[in-house]
Ligand binder design. Structure first.
Ligand code: SF4
Ligand code: SF4
Length: 73
């Protein structure tokens, strides 16, 4: 599971990661106004979330090979 952590202290609730994850790994806690990792096992390490998070709240482990460039970018 390459996505390791979303730092809730840094998350500003913008939902960019939730909308941008192609695998639907990240969900949003409306009450807390924070993103969280729901299905880490589905993460394909595309780095979309980490690269686009404006507050650098997300850490994706480089463990699983090189970044994949999704066709829709
Ligand atoms: S992109 Fe970053 S700041 Fe925005 S909801 Fe996701 S973790 Fe939070
Ligand atoms: S690295 Fe890609 S697949 Fe994994 S959680 Fe982030 S956006 Fe989703």
């Amino acid at each position: 599971m390459p996505i390791e952590n979303i730092n809730s202290d840094l998350c500003n609730g913008c939902k960019i990661c939730v909308d941008g994850c192609p695998m639907d790994v990240i969900r949003f806690d409306e009450e807390a106004n924070k993103a969280y990792v729901k299905y880490a096992e589905d993460c394909v390490a595309c780095y979309n979330c980490e690269l686009n998070c404006p507050t650098e709240a997300i850490y994706v482990s480089p463990q699983r090979g090189r970044p994949v460039t999704p066709a829709w970018i």
